[in-house]
Design a protein around this ligand. Structure first.
Ligand code: AMP
Length: 294
């Protein structure tokens, strides 16, 4: 495995990779969710590039940029074991040198959900992902359904800016009790960690009702909100039911595939989770086609 932290070395190492190349962009402090993306990428490509970069421009003011967990040696050994060929670990100064002034902005689909709660977040994501696409020239890039709106935003950007690559969406990997894996889970106290399973419980509560035939979004929303409010140490940020393609919030009786997504604050940790309704749409293939624009 080659590890590089300069653009010249990256370009040189990229040239040595032949055939189909998969990219897995991450912010490091890796867990099994990240490794599942790498596993799909190694199976489906001749070479895999992973990037580790805690991207300052995607953190809103007051967020956890300075305390975001990091462990580069451990990350590199996990990536090597998983069979990655090339890892890019740039510094913020390399990605955003003095006088940097070009940003990529996706409009409609960044406005709701996380975009409404994290000022500038998606502008930072699309800018850094564009740079990583240009630098690594992948045939396919892997993203987790965990960040469902990010998938929608990046697909829109790839389409609008004609990036010559595919986007692959990978399922949400969970702890044994259902909590979606996240680098930020280390912020949780013991008590918060226990209560944090409420996101997955709300998904299942809503999923069961949906499977039993309930299609009234206000009732489904009520079920989720009641469950989350039943854990008083969590502060509900939002529960949303949106059209999985456009991310437009829906109301009334709805039959098209929906993205149910939520954000809940537990102490220092802001946790997000989601599912696509009907629940069988959460397979990799369906999630890849139903989320966002094709
Ligand atoms: P991050 O390091 O948090 O920026 O995540 C890097 C990539 O891993 C993103 O595409 C995430 O959606 C994905 N990811 C994060 N957590 C999970 C998870 N629990 N299951 C699957 N993918 C994940």
């Amino acid at each position: 495995m080659i590890v590089v932290d300069s653009i010249a070395e990256l370009r040189k190492a990229r040239q040595s990779l032949t055939g189909r190349v998969g990219l897995v962009p991450t912010m490091g402090y890796l867990h099994d969710g990240h490794i599942s993306l790498v596993d799909f990428a190694t199976r489906e490509n001749d070479g895999v590039i992973a990037t580790i970069f805690v991207n300052p421009t995607q953190f809103a003011v007051g967020e956890d940029l300075s305390t975001y967990p990091r462990d580069l040696p451990r990350d590199l050994s996990m990536l090597e074991k998983a069979g990655v060929e090339l890892v890019f670990t740039p510094t913020p100064e390399l990605m955003y040198p003095a006088r940097f002034q070009t940003y990529v902005t996706v409009e409609q689909v960044t406005r709701a959900l996380e975009g409404a709660h994290r000022e500038g977040h998606f502008r930072g994501v699309t800018t850094v992902v564009s740079k990583l696409f240009n630098l690594t020239q992948p045939d396919v890039a892997y993203f987790g359904q965990k960040d469902a709106q990010q998938v929608v935003v990046i697909k829109q950007m790839v389409r609008d800016l004609n990036f010559p690559l595919e986007i692959a969406v990978c399922p949400i990997i969970r702890e044994a009790d259902g909590l979606a894996m996240s680098s930020r889970n280390v912020y949780l106290s013991q008590e918060e960690r226990k209560a944090a399973t409420v996101l997955y419980r709300a998904i299942n509560g809503v999923g069961d009702e949906y499977n039993a035939g309930e299609r009234d979004v206000s009732r489904l929303k009520h079920i989720a909100e009641n469950m989350i409010n039943g854990e008083p140490i969590g502060q509900l940020d939002y529960v949303s039911f949106a059209n999985a393609q456009s991310l437009d919030e829906v109301a009334g009786i709805v039959e098209t595939p929906l993205l149910m997504s939520m954000a809940v604050q537990f102490g220092r940790a802001r946790l997000i989770d989601n599912c696509i309704l009907p629940l069988h749409y959460n397979t990799r293939e369906l999630a890849t086609t139903v989320l966002g624009i094709q």
